[in-house]
Write a protein that binds this ligand. Structure first.
Ligand code: GLN
Ligand code: ZN
Length: 764
């Protein structure tokens, strides 16, 4: 039996690579310094895995920005607009790479970055390859080969990790009409062949091809592409050993197809698809080995050795040990570095957890336990089982009152008292808002100063009262500014919040925060997801103080501002000892109580942000409805406890809703605000085709750029909106929160927006 891993985090346990990149970008260090930081990151990772006793160690899992962009450079799929930079200004290859990732505003150029999007259902973002009809490919970068040679020199037996050809194409986007990206297979194969030839010449034995699309819904054309590609590659390289890595889902209807691809090892994700193992070992062709992805690469909990050994044992009964590989379910890129660096955790809870470094150890112990060295690991096995036992029964996790409350949830709790048509009249009477009411999405510019107060407060350099006074001052300024601008529904500005999930996580019981649990989100950007470890409850109200304070300052309505249960769940590490739906319902109940408290405190408009509902959709379409049912029920549990005249808003970003519009309507929020300006209101079509009955605020300007829109521009967007949605259903607001903007542009933009709404009222 051999152990291997699919990839390791690369940003550095102290975020060294992040810092080196950012210093390089800002001109504070030299290219040499950055390259040195890269070498160190790789060397450290290799050494760590070597010491942990991992048999096959990956190379080319390192990246200065993103592994998909690395591949784009390797195969020479550089979009024309960047080639021009390379020709006209003499920049290093790495600078060209960063230009593609981040855009290039220098030497008279002003070129935007390539598009970025989410890597399957993770919070990692990759740079989307761009293809043209005449797309040419050629081996254009030595990264893969260089890192292989470097790893060999470091004394390990490296296994290059390469994004598989078909997945690489499927990750990309056609930039022109009239062709299908899969038609590019023929042109791309020679490049892969050149690359493999070079690796073979340097002595490579194993090659890992990441083909995550094999775990997704596949059409016939994609399947044909997979067959063609792997048959071609096999023909050319009968002696290389190919590991085909699938992850993030079970193989499902692609099972027999995958089992028959001409490779040497198939890696499967047993965390996501454990029940498939029986069928897979039954149907496994004789010349195919199996890599069991048993250690969870997407979460931070300890592996349950007893359960894993069962799976390994089952495999051993059918397969010789030399055909079995043990691995994490996917790359460890998605978990933090090292649990040992965490000093502030409750020891009992810490004992349930494993970060990347600990997961290496788990693999090694499992290998020994399963493969003839069990005696020397007996102690570790017992410790592991004790940790799981303590987790099953710990009073830190199990809160009986939360559990019994969950059982009592009924259909009724997910419904408002009356249908929207009746609520609408009551709300009109109670709120007295004009037509085309204007509002914002919640946050206002968060200056360095505001963030420095929070930092000082955390360090104890400001006491609670001083901090409170400062934040109140800022909130009051925001209220006055909104009054001056003439907005109809005001917000308090969210100055007390660092982040829309962290703020709530910190106040909920059953959720904890690591100090150094950073995970790469994109490029040099890292996030520290909250860890939901136990039954979630709300010891006291979380936002009433600030909303009430803001409301006391003005005669206009102030909108209460909450993050929804699905978004809190989606952006956290979630406990794996109960279904996610269960955990989500607990959060929903906590938010429900908060909504009720806000209403009691006189807040009559309450927004529950759910930007993550869409991104939580399962990778396989067949599972969508199941997810949507519980996810939307959670939103409804959170939002339905109020009276008819209290108005519930929700907000979502990136709102492509065509395929789930029915579910969005079922949420029954009185008002939904969505990001719309960059699509020129096109995203509203889904709502109009469906005859969406409730109110909608399509974003009328892009908040991602400092550009100030003109009144005319906004007015023309409003005209467009009225063509598809009746005027009495429309709100007027920006695309999203304004946290990252400056006040100067914000004031101008909002004034233009308010003007446009006033003009629209006249013409209707
Ligand atoms: N209320 C949040 C804000 O304005 C919403 C953020 C979001 O949608 N991502 O910042
Ligand atoms: Zn948003």
């Amino acid at each position: 039996m051999q152990t291997h891993i699919l990839g390791y985090p690369r940003i550095g346990s102290n975020r060294e690579l992040k810092k080196a990149c950012e210093q390089y970008w800002s001109g504070k260090n030299e290219l040499q310094d950055l390259l040195q930081a890269g070498r160190e990151s790789r060397r450290e990772n290799w050494k760590l895995q070597q010491e942990a006793g991992i048999d096959l160690i990956p190379c080319n899992d390192f990246s200065y920005y993103d592994q998909v962009l690395d591949m784009t450079l390797s195969v020479g799929a550089i979009p024309e607009r960047y080639k021009v930079i390379a020709e006209k200004s003499s920049i290093a290859q790495l600078d060209l790479y960063f230009a593609m990732a981040r855009g290039f505003q220098k030497d008279g150029f002003d070129i935007t970055a390539m598009e970025m999007t989410k890597w399957f259902d993770t919070n990692y973002h990759y740079i989307v390859p761009e293809f043209t009809k005449n797309q040419q490919f050629q081996l254009s970068d030595d990264k893969i080969l260089d890192e292989f040679i470097e790893a060999k020199k470091a004394g390990i037996k490296p296994k290059p990790v390469i994004i598989g050809l078909v997945s690489y194409l499927l990750l990309g986007k056609e930039k022109e009409e009239g062709f299908d990206k899969l038609d590019l297979v023929d042109r791309l194969i020679p490049v892969y062949i050149d690359l493999l030839a070079a690796l073979q010449k340097e002595g490579a034995e194993y090659i890992q091809f990441d083909e995550p699309f094999l775990a997704l819904d596949l059409d016939e054309k994609s399947r044909a592409a997979f067959t063609f590609v792997y048959e071609e590659i096999r023909k050319q390289f009968p002696d290389l050993k190919f590991i085909l890595a699938t992850y993030f889902e079970g193989l499902k209807d692609n099972r027999s197809f995958c089992l028959n691809l001409p490779v040497d090892v198939l890696h499967i994700d047993l965390v996501r698809g454990p029940s498939e193992l029986d069928a897979i070992i039954r149907e496994l062709p004789k010349d195919l080995s199996l890599s069991l992805g048993i250690v969870d690469g997407r979460n931070i909990w300890k592996n349950d050795f007893a359960k894993s050994l069962e799976l390994i044992q089952k495999t051993k009964e059918k397969l010789d040990s030399n055909r079995i590989f043990l691995a994490p379910s996917c790359s460890l890129l998605h978990v933090p570095y090292d649990l040992e660096l965490e000093t502030g955790l409750i020891p009992e809870i810490k004992n349930w957890m494993a970060f990347a470094k600990q997961k290496l150890q788990e693999l090694k112990v499992l290998q020994d336990l399963a493969d003839g060295n069990a005696e020397k690991r007996i102690g570790e096995f017992k410790d592991n089982q004790n940790a799981h036992k303590s987790r099953r029964t710990s009073s830190l996790i199990h809160n009986l009152s939360v559990k019994s409350r969950l059982e009592e949830i009924s259909e009724d709790d997910t419904l408002r008292k009356n249908p929207f048509s009746l609520r609408k009249t009551q709300q009109q009477e109670a709120l007295g808002l004009p037509q085309f009411p204007t509002t914002t999405i919640g946050s206002f510019p968060q200056t360095k100063e505001v963030r420095s107060w929070r930092a000082k407060f955390k360090k104890g350099e400001l006491n609670a009262q001083q901090y409170d006074t400062l934040i109140k001052g800022e909130t009051e300024k925001a209220i006055r500014r909104q009054e001056e601008i003439g907005l109809d529904v005001l917000v308090h500005g969210e100055y007390e919040r660092n982040d829309m999930v962290e703020y709530f996580g910190e106040q909920l019981e059953g959720v904890l925060f690591s100090k150094r649990g950073w995970v790469q989100s994109y490029g040099s950007r890292c996030v520290k997801p909250p860890i939901i470890y136990g039954d979630v409850s709300r010891p006291e109200s979380m936002t009433v103080y600030w909303s009430q304070y803001a409301q006391s300052l003005t005669k206009k309505w102030v909108k209460g501002m909450l993050t929804g249960p699905v978004t809190i769940l989606q952006w956290s590490f979630v406990r794996d000892d109960q279904p996610r739906s269960q955990t989500c319902k607990q959060i929903a109940l906590a938010i429900r109580d908060e909504v009720r408290d806000l209403e009691k405190a006189g807040i009559r408009i309450i927004q529950i942000d759910e930007p993550a509902i869409r991104e939580g959709l399962p990778l396989r379409k067949a599972e969508w409805q199941d997810y949507l049912k519980w996810a939307i029920d959670c939103f409804k549990i959170a939002s339905s406890a109020v009276g008819d005249s209290t108005q519930i808003h929700t907000h979502m970003c990136y709102s492509e809703f065509n395929d789930i519009i029915e579910n969005i309507a079922y949420m029954d929020a009185d008002v939904i605000t969505i990001e719309c300006s960059r699509s020129q209101m096109e995203l509203l079509n889904a709502f109009s085709t469906y005859n969406y009955p409730n109110e909608i605020g399509p974003g009328v300007y892009d908040i991602h750029s400092p550009r100030v829109p003109s009144t005319e521009e906004i007015l023309s967007l409003l005209d467009k909106a009225q063509k598809v949605i009746p005027a009495e259903q429309l709100w007027v607001n920006p695309d999203c929160g304004l946290k990252t903007r400056k006040w100067e542009e914000t004031e101008k933009a909002l004034k233009a927006m308010v003007n446009a709404a006033k003009m629209a009222r006249v013409t209707v």
